[in-house]
Design a protein around this ligand. Structure first.
Ligand code: GLY
Length: 355
C-alpha cells in the first residue's frame, strides 16, 4: 500500500505525464530511474552492536577510498569474525551442544546478487565463502559439509574455531545441559537473578554480550550492499540455522530503496521474513526507524508472550543515507560511521518496544 506522500507524488507524476502526452507508465519509469541514479548521501556504513564500531572502521577504509559497498561490508564483518574475544561471531564463537562451532553468513550486493553459507565449520571467514558462493556458483546457499567442501576447493584454510575459552563455556553448560540458550544478551554484566539468571555465556572475569553482526553500507556511487554473519545461538541443536544466512530474513538489499539486517532470536525473524519486510516498508515510504518498528511490532503481535523473553533488533539504511533501528528490549545499539574520526563512528541506542 502506498503512503500518502508516495500516493500524492505518483498522482502528480501521472498528472504531469498526462499534460505532456507521456504515458503514466513511462513517467513512473523515468521517476524510478531518477531515484536510482540520483546523487546519494553516502558513503555511510552502519552495523549492529558496539563491536560494529571496529567493523565499521575496516568498512570505512574501503568506502573512503571510493570502494564498493560490497567490498566494504565484507572487509567490515571480517573483523568480528576473526576476533577471539567475540563469542557470537566466527572464530571462538560458542559451539553447538555437541561442541561444534557452526557458522552462518550471507552477503548481498546492489544488483540483487547474493550468497550464503549455513552450518559451516572450520572456516574463519564464512562471509568470504558466502561471497564466493555468490560469485562463483549458480546458487545462493550452500550448507554444512557441502559448504565446507566448496570453501576448501576455493582455497580457504581449515581452522580450529573452538578456542579454550569457548570450550570452557560449553563444558560449563554441559554440567546442566539445559536446553534454553540465551541469545543476544544485551546487558553488560550478569548476576544470578532476574531475566538473565540462566547465563551459559558467563565466565569469571569476562563479559559476553551481543550476537550477530549485520552491516549495511552505501558507497560514494550510491550503491548499497550488506553482510550478516554469526555463530548463532550458543549451544544450539546441531544443524540449527538462524536468520543470519537467510536472504530476506537476516539481510536484504534493494538498491532502489534501502537495506536492512537483523540481530537476535533468528527463529522469530524468519517467521516474518524480517529484513525483506523492513525494506518493503521503506519502499512504501516508511522511514528506516519506522520500518524497523513495524517489523518488531509484527513479531510481538504474532506471539506477545514469547516476545517478552527474547531480543530482536532491526537496522536499516535507505537510499538517501538515512538510518534507523528498533528492537524489542533495551540494550541494543548500533554503530554509524561516516568518517575517519571517533566522533564519526558513533554508537546509537536502538529505540525499544518494551520500555
Ligand atoms: N540472529 C542470529 C541467530 O539467530 O542465529
Amino acid at each position: 500500500m502506498q503512503n500518502r506522500r508516495n500516493f500524492l507524488s505518483s498522482a502528480l507524476v501521472g498528472a504531469a505525464a498526462f499534460s505532456l502526452g507521456v504515458s503514466g507508465a513511462e513517467a513512473q519509469d523515468k521517476k524510478k530511474k531518477k531515484r536510482s541514479s540520483g546523487k546519494a548521501a553516502g558513503p555511510i556504513v552502519i552495523s549492529t552492536w558496539d563491536f560494529g564500531r571496529a567493523a565499521n572502521r575496516a568498512a570505512w577504509d574501503v568506502l573512503k577510498a571510493g570502494g564498493r559497498a560490497l567490498d566494504a561490508v565484507e572487509a567490515g564483518v571480517k573483523i568480528p569474525e576473526a576476533d577471539p574475544n567475540n563469542h557470537t561471531v566466527g572464530y571462538s564463537g560458542f559451539p553447538d551442544r555437541d561442541g561444534r562451532v557452526t557458522l552462518d553468513a550471507c552477503i548481498m550486493d546492489e544488483k540483487g546478487n547474493c550468497g550464503s553459507v549455513a552450518a559451516l565449520e572450520h572456516i574463519m571467514h564464512p562471509i568470504s565463502v558466502a561471497r564466493q558462493v555468490m560469485e562463483k556458483t549458480p546458487h545462493v546457499m550452500l550448507v554444512g559439509d557441502g559448504a565446507l567442501q566448496f570453501a576448501l576447493a576455493q582455497g580457504f584454510e581449515k581452522t580450529n574455531l573452538l578456542t579454550p575459552e569457548s570450550e570452557k563455556a560449553w563444558k560449563e553448560w554441559l554440567k546442566k545441559a539445559e536446553y534454553k540458550p540465551v541469545i543476544n544478551i544485551e546487558n553488560k554484566s550478569y548476576d544470578t537473578k532476574g531475566a538473565t539468571a540462566f547465563n551459559p555465556l558467563m565466565l569469571p572475569g569476562n563479559v559476553y554480550n551481543h550476537d550477530t553482526i549485520g552491516m549495511v553500507a552505501l558507497d560514494a556511487n550510491g550503491n548499497l550492499s550488506g553482510a550478516c554473519t554469526t555463530s548463532g545461538m550458543a549451544f544450539k541443536m546441531h544443524g540449527r540455522v538462524g536468520d543470519s544466512p537467510i536472504i530476506g530474513a537476516g539481510l536484504y538489499v534493494d538498491n532502489e530503496v534501502g537495506a536492512a539486517t537483523s540481530t537476535g532470536l533468528g527463529e522469530e525473524v524468519i517467521r516474518v521474513v524480517g529484513s525483506f519486510l523492513v525494506v518493503e516498508l521503506m519502499r512504501q515510504g516508511y522511514s528506516p526507524e519506522d520500518a524497523c518498528k513495524e517489523a518488531v511490532t509484527r513479531i510481538v503481535k504474532k506471539n506477545p508472550e514469547r516476545a517478552k523473553g527474547i531480543q530482536i533488533g532491526f537496522l536499516a539504511l535507505n537510499k538517501k543515507g538515512e538510518h534507523g533501528a528498533y528492537c524489542l528490549q533495551k540494550g541494543f545499539n548500533y554503530a554509524v560511521c561516516t568518517g575517519d574520526t571517533e566522533d564519526k563512528n558513533t554508537l546509537i541506542d536502538g529505540k525499544t518496544y518494551f520500555k
